[in-house]
Design a protein around this ligand. Structure first.
Ligand code: ADP
Length: 168
């Protein structure tokens, strides 16, 4: 069984992520979308919320599993009996960091390969950070997020706005 792990923060999952998941699900028997716990970025969505949003978005893809991990990615990959890390590349700016990470992971475990998928041109500008900025400013989210999760994301930002207004 060919198993691949697609790691990230998914705060929240975007159409760019979903495109990579869709394409890799056709190449591998199983794709595990795995949320990094305790990353550098402070998330807006809790781990439970991010898991729920990904599950909603991938509901129609049968060979995708949603999970989370902390610690070294290579250890997690081995534990999941996977051999491949999937990464999406949007722009040259992604390249240098991803290149270093891929080499480091390969050094830590030479059985593990990183597979880079080029972004879909329609989504090359899309990052969770940009989407959160649009959502925060109440902009349109329909081309940016899987349709199944748009209302959840809007609700989250309304709730945050309410909290912020209450605080001030
Ligand atoms: P972001 O950078 O949007 O906060 P993540 O840290 O969750 O996203 O990224 C997880 C993975 O998905 C990374 O490999 C990242 O390069 C990839 N990715 C994110 N957005 C896109 C996109 N629009 N197209 C292709 N790959 C993407």
């Amino acid at each position: 069984m060919r198993i691949a792990v697609y790691p990230g923060s998914f705060d929240p999952i975007t159409n760019g992520h979903l495109d990579i998941i869709n394409r890799s699900s056709k190449i591998f028997d199983k794709v595990i979308v795995s949320i990094l716990q305790n990353g550098n970025k402070i998330p807006i969505f809790t781990m439970e919320e991010r898991i729920r949003l990904i599950k909603k978005a991938v509901n129609n893809i049968t060979n995708v599993e949603v999970d989370y991990f902390s610690g070294l990615l290579v250890n997690y990959i081995k534990q999941k009996k996977a051999k491949v890390i999937i990464k999406g590349l949007r722009a040259i700016s992604d390249f240098e960091y991803e290149f270093q990470m891929a080499l480091m992971n390969h050094k830590l475990d030479s059985d593990i390969e990183t597979l880079f998928m080029m972004t879909n041109a329609n989504y090359s500008y899309l990052s969770s950070t940009m989407v959160k900025e649009v959502a925060r400013l109440n902009g349109p989210l329909s081309d940016l997020l899987p349709k199944e999760i748009i209302d959840d994301v809007k609700d989250k930002f309304s709730e945050l706005r309410r909290k912020n207004n209450g605080d001030s």
